[in-house]
Design a protein around this ligand. Sequence first.
Ligand code: SF4
Length: 50
Amino acid sequence: MAVEIKCSVTECEYNQNVKCDAPMIQVERNHTSAASNSEETKCETFKPRG
Ligand code: SF4
């Protein structure tokens, strides 16, 4: 069963009704070698609309 991903980044091409509609996403560390909170992670799949 596919998980649902809520995402408020509505300017992303993959965003549909405040959810992610991509078949899969990749999340990476954000400029750190060891993340210690969510702000140190990022969605690498983000693509600007349009
Ligand atoms: S690809 Fe990432 S930023 Fe874009 S809608 Fe999905 S979770 Fe949000």
